[in-house]
Every structure is written in C-alpha cells, then in structure tokens.
Ligand binder design. Sequence first.
Ligand code: AHR
Length: 494
Amino acid sequence: MNKIKIDQKITKGQIDKNIYGHFAEHLGRCIYEGIWVGPDSDIPNVEGYRKDVIDALKDLDIPVLRWPGGCFADEYHWRDGIGPYENRKRMVNTHWGGVVENNHFGTHEFMRFCELIDTEPYICGNVGSGTVQEMSEWVEYMTFDGESPMAKEREENGREKPWPLTYFGVGNENWGCGGNMRPEYYADLYRRYATYVRNYGENRIRKIAGGPNIDDYHWTEVCMKNIPKQLMWGLSLHYYSFTRCWEDKGEALGFMEKEWHEVMANTLRMDELITKHTNIMDVYDPGKSVALIVDEWGTWYNVEPGTNPGFLYQQNTIRDALVAAVNFNIFHDHCDRVKMTNIAQMINVLQAVILTEREKMILTPTYHVFNMYKVHQEAQHIHLELDTETIECDGVKIPAISATATVNAEGVTHLSICNLDTASAQTMSCLMADLTADAKIAGTIIAGNARDAHNSFDNPEVVAPAPFDAFKAADGCLSIELPPMSVVTLSIAN
Ligand code: AHR
C-alpha cells in the first residue's frame, strides 16, 4: 500500500507558471508546417499560422515560449528573418537535416505568434557565431521605444511599437553546438555579450546564461563563480530522458517493459541533477536570486522509421505522459530555485504536445498532461511525504508512485499522482489533516491500455483525459485506486 501525507503548512513557495513553458526551434517540422504554413496555404490559417494549432495551444495557458533554438540559435542571424519575404535570405539549416531555411518565420512572425497564443517570448541569442553588436542590435530592434536606428527599421518593417521582452538567453549549449567552449571562456564571453543586452525604456530583460549539460557540475561552478549576479537572472540546464544510450536512444513505440523502466529511471534522475546543481548555486547564491532554468527537457528516442534523421520526429505515448508528469512533480519540489522550464519541443519534434500531418493535427498524451497540470501554475507548493512501493524489471528499480500537491489562491488543493506500474493498479491512502468527509472532490485521469498506447492521425483519441471517481473521502483520509500507467489530478475543496 502506498501512502501520502500532506502538510499544507510546509511549503517551498510558489510554482512559477513558467515551469509550464515550451520550446520551438527551426528544426524539422516544428516551425514550418507545425506552426507556420503561410497565408496562402490551403491549411486553415490565421495570418499564416495554423488555426488548429493556435486553438489547441491557447487552451494550455502556455506562459512562455523559447525560440529560435537550440543549436539553431547559435547559427541564426536575425537580420536574415526581417523585411519583405522575397528579400529574405535562403540558407541551409546545417544543423538540422540540411534543408533550405527560407527565413519566412523571423522576429515579427515569432512575436506575433506569441501574441496569438497569449504567451511571453523567450529569445535565445547567438554567441557561437554572432557578434556582440548583432545581439545588442537585435535587442534594440525588438524593445527600443523612440528614435533609434533599429527602432526605425522595425517601424519600416511594419511594427511601430516595441514588443515587451523579458527573457533573453545569451547563447545555447555553448559547451557543444554553441561553440564548443570551456566554461571559463564562456563565462567571460557571457559577461561581455550580456553587458550589451540593454534595458530600454520600461522594458526589463532577465538574462539567462547557457548552463551545463546534464551533470557537468564544473560548468555550473565556473559560471556561478565568475558571472556577477546582476548580469545573470538565470542559468540553464538541459537534460533529456532516453532508453539506453545516446547512440541508441530506444524506440518511441513497440518498446519492452525494461525500456519503460529505463526511461522512468532516467527521468527520475532529474531530481538528482537539480539537487546537485542547486547545491553548487547555493554556495555562490544562498539567497537564490539566480534561477535554474531547465530550458530543454523531454524524451528523445530514435526517430520514427522512414523520417529524416535530422528532423527528430517521434511518436508520443502514455509513457511520455508519465515522463512529463514526473518531471513536473520534480520541478515543483524545486520551485524555490527552478523558475522556468521549456519542454522540447512544442510541435512535431521530440516530446511534442502536438503532431501534424498536412491538414491533420493530433494532441499527444503529453498535451493532456500539460492541460491537467495547468491548475498548478502560480499555486503554492505543499509538502508531501510519499511512501511508495518499488517496482522492478531486469534489475531496473523505480518507485510505483510519483506525486505533487499545491493549493491555489482560492484555497483549492490540487493533487496529481502518477502510477508508473504498467501491470498493476496501485492503491494510495492520502492523509490530509484538513479533509472533511463532505469535501468537494473532482478528478481527471489519463491512462493507457498498452505501454505504447498513443494517438494517431487515424485514431486520435486512444489516450485522452476522462473523469475520475475511484476515490473515497473520510475525515482526514482519501483513498485512491490508480489504474496502471495513469496520471490523475484531483481538485479538493473543503
Ligand atoms: O532540442 C534539440 C536540440 O537538443 C537542441 O537544438 C539543442 O540545444 C539540444 O542539444
């Protein structure tokens, strides 16, 4: 029997809504086809953006969207993506599939997309192959209000008012695709580039340094030691979940029980990584003024057979839904340091929330988890003591249960629980001192009937949320019966 004890009086603070952020890169069919089809497309669109995608994304209350990369960011020159389409430079997307990038989706198109889905932009600038001047002028172009060369050019390109811009990344993965730098060199470069990322008028930019890869604690140490806090609002961390190893990441569909366990065990490692990076950050920043920004996370499998290996297209199953939920539970537990995360990626790439094929669109199991968990945005984290059974396959042990709880401004508690067991239902008894027998409780569940249960273009509703009522409330105790491979969110109002 699994047990949870909830203590509303102990909290780590607020769950920043930006923990539910997304990431969209010029990679495969994320931007082109996924978001942007152009105004002349026969796919229904609003000013060139897919209408079905806009509607679906609006429902998720996405707080923030990172763009244009990823590795693409350190090869991107923003001037190629402004002005009349016919004059925009056609180039090769060398990093991702070697396809032609026509630059039709540039700064104006991204900012307009953010307006359409009501989300805040998070722009990642080019340190690897760009100049300080280029980065500085991009910020001026986007945010300067008044008379300046960049503001004038922006106006000539159809946008008089500056865009509000809060989040700006100074490079991406500069230990790898962003320049193969040593942390000492990057920290110095960061100081220089960040100096010229200026605040104009009322606009205040939160600058984010390109942080470590996975468990590169030395990188974190060097950045924290050498970059003044007033120049760095956040430090990023990238970590992906896959099955076996980088060279053979396992399949998105048709995988074995052991691979389910491996992906879950790898996902649970997020907690260890955040804890260890946070411990280093705490030494240099005990007041926690520098945020840890997990601006790339999610599953990364071998690409769908028959697709361009550089497009990173993969299907998305109930396993991915559980990976998303487990990650959110971990991010909540670290909400005093983790202030933003961005799933990789929004559409048609890696752990996407939406997949498209021509005019068709499906919502993935991961989409549904984002929808079920949005109640936690800006709510207060509640301490939860979890006593869970352990399940094992071929020596890979994982806990059966992962869970999180928050209380919102109206005093409603939300409890999200995952059953990671593919074979058995799990019973959970949840002790909540304030619970009364007549509390108003409502639940939603997403579950799979197979390890790789997923939605397809022919069968789009195989994994979909449904009402959940397999619980019983008594004074001070809630018992819950969780089906195998499921995520449940309960709202509890006394
Ligand atoms: O999300 C795909 C790629 O993964 C990004 O471009 C890069 O930053 C990371 O290695």
